[in-house]
Design a protein around this ligand. Structure first.
Ligand code: SF4
Length: 344
């Protein structure tokens, strides 16, 4: 992967371990976070324009094929069965419902259709169903994406053979902060799943969540982990925590919005060819912060009035904002909502 920027080395930041072949030492990533805001924005926009048309934004459509009742304990997630959040556990959707949604998405101009399930990992009986969904969606001539939790040996290959193009699996946060948020699976489990996805020849969608009480250094640690994946992910969703009552992370002090914008900018600079996707939390951000995120190099959004189980801006509001900013959508997608899904 090409790397278009070099930053001066700053004094050691912390003992966060990175892969030996790291092209982005943590100290360099942290140094980007610490640039004066306007310098960071200028650098990010310069990198962005070297790799993408200036005003191009991708709209992603997501359907939850299995909502709620998850056995994991991700501290931010209203779909975890152990938290009392009012999210009802539902069965996996039947194939016809998924195909109808995909057809509708295509009719509205979508080129990619993402299917998400709130599972620790897919079971054998789930795999057969998901493979059929992938085959049928692919047969419609659409790009396919899935987020189903951890994959065991062979499962990524099965999905690839069924016609899957992308697999989403997030690192969530820096390794040093990870145990503050999740205890039911290890960071290494996530890296192992990403390895299986890559080995199967699938494209990777992988990002994280900020605003969970982590430090700036730990935000830099997340970005360094992502940027040092070899190769780095094709899509990088950056979520802003949406605090949901009943989850352990409800009630935290909110993150400074400039810090979120800085995270987007650093993701853009360190992963210049990735689609950096504004994901959860856009509704709470408001238009001005979103506009700064686009300036910082975000070039993809989830589109529709629901994301995971939390509110997303109305599609109409998104269109109005993109128009106001003179941004152009890469592929028009559904007016209908993406529903809840697991990003993990
Ligand atoms: S993020 Fe995914 S794995 Fe974690 S609790 Fe929610 S649905 Fe389960």
């Amino acid at each position: 992967m090409s790397q278009t920027t070099a930053v001066s080395f700053h004094p050691p930041a912390a003992a966060i371990k990175l892969p030996e072949a790291a092209t982005w030492p943590l100290a360099d990533v942290l140094a980007l976070f610490e640039l004066p805001f306007n310098d960071l924005m200028f650098k990010a926009q310069t990198v962005h324009r070297a790799h993408f048309p200036a005003g191009d934004v991708e709209l992603a459509t997501l359907l939850s094929i299995k909502t709620g009742g998850c056995e994991e304990d991700c501290g931010y997630c209203p779909q975890a069965a152990r938290y009392d959040t009012g999210v009802e556990a539902k069965k996996i959707l039947d194939i016809d419902t998924v195909i109808d949604a995909a057809k509708q998405a295509k009719a509205n101009g979508a080129t990619r259709f993402c299917m998400g399930a709130a599972w620790r990992s897919p079971k054998e009986r789930d795999m057969d169903k998901v493979e059929e969904m992938v085959r049928e969606v692919k047969a419609l001539g659409m790009e396919t994406c899935a987020t189903l939790g951890m994959l065991e040996e062979g499962q990524a290959d099965r999905l690839k053979n069924a016609g899957l193009d992308f697999y989403n699996h997030n690192l969530d946060t820096a390794p040093e902060f990870y145990n503050n948020v999740i205890s039911t699976r290890e960071y290494q489990d996530r890296l192992d799943t990403l390895g299986r996805v890559r080995s199967a020849g699938l494209k990777v969608c992988c990002g994280g969540i900020v605003g969970m009480g982590e430090s700036r250094l730990q935000r830099a640690g997340l970005i360094a982990q992502l940027a040092n994946l070899n190769p780095y992910p094709e899509s990088v969703p950056v979520n802003h925590l949406v605090q949901v009552e009943g989850t352990p992370l409800h009630g935290l002090d909110p993150l400074d919005p400039f810090e979120f914008v800085r995270t987007i900018a650093v993701a853009r600079i360190t992963m210049p060819q990735a689609r950096v996707r504004l994901s959860a939390g856009r509704r709470q951000m408001g238009e001005a912060v979103q506009a700064m995120c686009f300036l910082a190099g975000a070039n993809s959004i989830f589109y529709g009035d629901k994301l995971l189980t939390t509110d997303n801006p109305e599609a109409e509001d998104d269109r109005a904002l993109l128009n106001k900013l003179g941004l152009v959508t890469r592929a028009a997608t559904l007016d209908s909502a993406p529903k809840a899904a697991c990003g993990g």
